[in-house]
Design a protein around this ligand. Structure first.
Ligand SMILES: Nc1ncnc2c1ncn2[C@@H]1O[C@H](COP(=O)(O)OP(=O)(O)O)[C@@H](O)[C@H]1O
Ligand SMILES: [Mg+2]
Length: 253
């Protein structure tokens, strides 16, 4: 592997209410590429993704040990600020959650919070990020209408644009196309493939075809453990571990 790791997970263990949900996770997630976490339902994919963004912190009864280094900084270190970590990462959820405001204000929201007030500069940013997700032509005549009137596929692209507008380095996606029709799914997949030139992308998916289409690397998780990690073609077409073979052939679901 030639890429430098952007995220390094070291001896990560997560317990929730006494259940050992992630077991001795060690992985280096490469910079400027798409890494997909695959595995059967309930194996810990979402928990692993959330651990990268400290989104598990809010769960009562959670116990996390080990470290997650992002750009060499341990996000679980005693001096690390959660807001600083979260600013580096954009999260695309299973369903789009546009803010209850206009299309324009959804994109301008983050930059405004970070102090940008100049209207011309905001206009430029809004157009830029809507262009980046291929929405500009579709919405340029209705920027000041409610985002909730957009189709679900458009809403998901808007949420992606809203996340990009706060200039993250990393995009995390948790089954982010599961609510979308096939055409919108393809649009999001193509966007992610394009965005990896500039971002490190970590996705959770249980759709193997999707994992194959979009990922450079695959992590196969089973019952809270990483069974196999490697280049997409290797893990999906020529897996080393018997459990991975069974999963990709459809014996474990
Ligand atoms: N907040 C929580 N409290 C208790 N158990 C949880 C919580 N979140 C997840 N789990 C449990 O952890 C396991 C892994 O969940 P999850 O990471 O969501 O799996 P996946 O995304 O692979 O379907 C499941 O058994 C789930 O029930
Ligand atoms: Mg999940």
């Amino acid at each position: 592997m030639t890429q430098t790791p952007h995220i390094s997970v070291k001896d990560l263990n997560v317990h929730i209410s006494g259940n050992h949900l992630l077991k001795n996770i060690n992985i280096n997630i490469p910079d400027k590429s798409v890494t997909s976490i695959i595995g059967p339902s309930g194996c810990g994919k979402t928990t692993l993704l959330k651990s990268l963004n400290r989104l598990l912190d809010d769960i009562p009864e959670v116990n996390i040990s080990g470290s997650v280094l992002v750009d060499g900084e341990d996000i679980y270190g005693p001096k690390t600020e959660v807001t600083h970590i979260r600013k580096k990462m954009g999260l695309l959820a299973q369903r789009p959650f546009p803010l209850p405001m206009s299309i324009y204000d959804n994109i301008a929201y983050g930059p405004r919070i970070h102090g940008l007030k100049n209207k011309k500069e905001l206009n430029v940013l809004v157009e830029h990020y809507l262009q980046a997700v291929g929405l500009w032509e579709e919405v340029k005549h209705r920027l000041h209408t409610s985002a909730s009137a957009l189709s679900i596929g458009q809403q998901q692209r808007l949420c992606l644009a809203r996340g990009l507008a706060v200039e993250p380095e990393i995009i995390l996606g948790d089954e982010s196309t599961s609510a979308l029709d096939p055409i919108s799914t393809k649009t999001i997949e193509d966007l992610l493939i394009k965005l990896k030139e500039n971002y490190t992308i970590v996705l959770v998916t249980h759709i193997l075809r999707q994992a194959r289409r979009v990922s450079d690397f695959i992590v196969f998780v089973y019952m809270g453990e990483i069974i196999e990690f490697g280049p997409t073609e290797e893990v999906l077409l020529n897996p080393k571990e018997a459990l991975t073979k069974d999963y990709v052939k459809g014996f474990i679901s």
